[in-house]
Design a protein. Sequence first.
Length: 149
Amino acid sequence: MPVPNMAILSQPDGKADEARPVRDAILLANVHDSVIVTDLHGIVTFWNDGATRLFGYSATEMTGRPLVERLPEHVRPDVDAMIGQIAAGEVFAGEWLDYRKDGSRVWIDVTTRRIDGPDGAPIGIMGVAHDISARKAAEQALQEANARL
C-alpha cells in the first residue's frame, strides 16, 4: 500500500489544520498493526485494516457498535470495567489473550490509552495491538522442551 507524501498534506500556507484529519486518517489506515478507536463509552469510531486482519471483523461490522460486543459474554464485564479505567486516564499495556470473530484465540501485545483533545479534555480511547501468537507458541515449545530435559 503506498504511503502518502506528508509534505503534500502539510501545507505551509496555514492549511495544515484543514489537512490534519485527512492525514491522520491516512496514517492510521496504513498502520499494519491493529488500531481501534472508541469513544469514552467503548463505542467503536475507527477500525483499521490491521484490526480486520487480526480479529476478523470489518470496519463496517464494528464501527458504531460497542467494542465488547465482539467478545464472549463472560468477559464483557471485565472489559467494560477496563474501558472505564482507561477513560479515567489509566493506560493498559501488556499481553492479552483475545478472541477472533471465528471464536479462536489470539495472543496480542496491546497498548490502550485515553485520547485527549487539544484542550486537554478526554475525547476517546485508542488501542494499538499486534499478534504475538507465534512468539507465545515458541515460548511454550521451549518450556516443554526444557521440562523434558
